[in-house]
Design a protein around this ligand. Structure first.
Ligand code: FAD
Length: 558
């Protein structure tokens, strides 16, 4: 791919974006001294809202127009009698051609109006490095920035790891999955493409079974169904040109809809409760107008602000561990110990790359990081990507490893009581011997690919290896190399963990109907409710969460 040209287009577009948005918004800089000092109680206005459907009154308020929030707002507003408000902190990303062009996905992260700039605390397991934790703001949320790899996970994730939660077994979720696949219509990369064919052959050589559709969890061909080690040509949620996000698929086709209001550039700073801890609305801050506005809900408030911002909002609103809230002088309305805890993630490490011997055979398109094969090992404990793409005019192949089902658990907490401060995020990855050994093992698996005749035939110069320690048998050195190079794979989850019943476990934040402990008319629907992170890429399960949440909310309010 031509990085220089793309870079120039990006810079030009970025300048235009700044000019355009500076024209409509007065400023992007949030004043630290200007945050909401409102009380939690707003009974007077709320009564007015219940009796008279004023401008700031809605049936449902959805906070965050990301992967789950977009689907929720669409489904809740499918009934024209429901008046729905969708509030998004970022801007209207369907106007941004770089977001919509799948081949430029890696540039989206460079846009400071989209990338939120979260970083972790110093990570002991990563050699005391702080690591970037990419998150997007804007319509579509992270689904407007992600790499579009479309892999749901292993059936065991749901039947064994989620199975104790009524309504969340694979049989319960599979109709939602069918509906999402139909709506998104992902692209299956061509397994017969000459380079892909070689990649697949290389993995078969070392005992992998070819699996044409690991996303069909109902068949034996689903992940884990055929063999503990499978490989596939990737599925991606674009058609080589356009991104297919939940915003694009669920909201864009129904705009404008009279009963759905969408506010962008608007940050929710607090949830409003009445004295019975019933959520009755929210406080928002509008960046352009620099003003606070309250909106009221007649039925429910649903938080879909994502894995870091949903717990942040709960904490700012007085729902969380009281001992933590006391430190920030936030009045504790409900002692919910699990808010912000149980943070889980996957890791990503690029292991090796080399130029392809065949520089002539064209690739279908330059979507590096997406075009290639995936090998899944030990029933979804690891996967390895064998990616092909063009960098600086040269076709190369790379191998990366992702590790699933870590035992490490991290947390997100507040920095202070200012809603405009970034949260303190500690993923705590590789913090125990089990996880360290797991990662070491994933590197060893990756080495086996390089031992195949086919893969070594694919590369121009097998010795051109950019990972000097890759061949060492010295585990201490290998671990040091891992600690310096490993990253979060941007799959954080579980900071408002769902459980079957609150009495089962005090760390549960939402029950199986996604209702927040100790509160009324307040639910969470996004990646933060995931009880155990799945063996795949989380956008798809987050879409399922959005769809299922909509069904439950409509059922409970019918
Ligand atoms: C760089 C990157 C690559 C990824 N690659 C893949 C991949 O290839 N495949 C895959 O399946 N997954 C991938 N993921 C993960 C996947 O995109 C996320 O897990 C998923 O999008 C999470 O959805 P969500 O609904 O929980 O939150 P989000 O999509 O993050 O939505 C949250 C929304 O809420 C808004 N918001 C937050 N706080 C407030 C507030 N106070 N007021 C108003 N609005 C607010 C945010 O601006 C955002 O739009 C990737 C993620 C990233 C960042």
């Amino acid at each position: 791919m031509n990085h220089n040209r793309n870079g120039k287009i990006f810079v030009n577009f970025f300048i235009l974006t700044i000019l355009f948005y500076s024209a409509i918004a007065e400023t992007y800089s949030f004043s630290n001294n200007n945050f909401d000092k409102n009380l939690h109680w707003h009974n007077t206005n709320y009564k007015k809202c219940s009796s008279q459907f004023g401008d700031n009154c809605y049936d449902y308020i959805v906070v965050g127009a990301g992967t789950a929030g977009s689907i929720l707002a669409r489904k809740l507003s499918d009934n024209p009698r429901n008046k729905v408000l969708l509030i998004e902190q970022g801007y209207w990303l369907s106007l941004n051609p770089i977001v919509q062009n799948a081949s430029q996905w890696y540039l989206v992260r460079l846009d400071p109006l989209i990338e939120r700039g979260y970083v972790s605390t110093a990570q002991v397991g990563f050699g005391n490095r702080s690591i970037p934790l990419p998150r997007a703001q804007g319509t579509g949320g992270c689904n407007s920035m992600n790499a579009m790899v479309f892999l749901l996970g292993n059936r065991k994730d749901f039947d064994e790891r989620w199975g104790k939660i009524d309504g969340w077994s694979w049989n319960d979720l599979s109709p939602y999955w069918d509906s999402i696949q139909e709506t998104i219509s992902p692209t299956q990369l061509d397994p017969k493409h000459p380079i892909m064919h070689k990649l697949l052959k290389g993995a078969i050589e070392i005992g992998y079974k070819y699996n044409p559709n690991p996303n069909n969890l109902n068949s034996k061909q689903g992940q884990g169904g055929v063999s503990a080690r499978i490989l596939m040509a990737k599925q991606i949620s674009n058609n080589y040109a356009e991104r297919r996000s939940s915003w694009n698929a669920y909201i864009q086709p129904i705009l404008p809809r009279k009963n759905l209001d969408i506010l962008v550039f608007t940050q929710v700073t607090k949830i409003l409760f009445n004295k019975n801890l019933q959520a009755i609305g929210i406080t928002t801050y509008n960046v352009g107008k620099k003003e606070y506005v309250h909106f009221y809900s007649r039925k429910e408030v649903i938080l879909s602000a994502g894995v870091f911002d949903t717990p942040k909002l709960l904490l700012l609103s007085g729902i969380g561990p009281c001992n933590e809230l006391n430190k920030y002088k936030i009045k504790c309305l409900a002692n919910v110990q699990g808010v912000g805890k149980n943070l889980q993630d996957h890791t990503f490490i690029k292991i090796w790359s080399a130029p392809l011997r065949d520089q002539e055979t064209p690739l279908p398109t330059n979507i590096f990081g997406m075009w290639g094969a995936l090998a899944i090992e030990e029933n979804g404990e690891y996967y390895h990507g064998l990616d092909v793409g063009e960098i600086n005019g040269k076709k190369i192949i790379q191998i990366y490893a992702e590790t699933f089902h870590y035992k490490s658990r991290g947390s997100i907490t507040l920095l202070d009581k200012n809603p405009f401060s970034k949260p303190v995020i500690d993923p705590n990855l590789l913090s125990n011997a089990y996880d360290i050994n797991k990662t070491l093992h994933s590197i060893k698996i990756a080495r086996t690919f390089l031992s195949t005749k086919t893969i070594s035939e694919l590369t121009e110069d097998f010795n051109e290896i950019n990972t000097p320690l890759f061949h060492t048998n010295d585990e201490k050195k290998l671990l040091e190399w891992i600690q310096q190079n490993i990253k979060s794979d941007a799959h954080p989850s579980s900071t408002c963990t769902m459980g079957n019943r609150f009495q089962d476990d005090k760390t549960i934040v939402v029950d199986r109907r996604l209702k927040v402990r100790h509160t009324k008319k307040l639910r969470v629907a996004d990646a933060s409710i995931i009880p155990n992170l799945i063996s795949g890429n989380p956008n798809q399960i987050t879409m399922i969460i959005g769809l299922k949440a909509a069904d439950m909310i409509l059922e409970d309010n019918s």
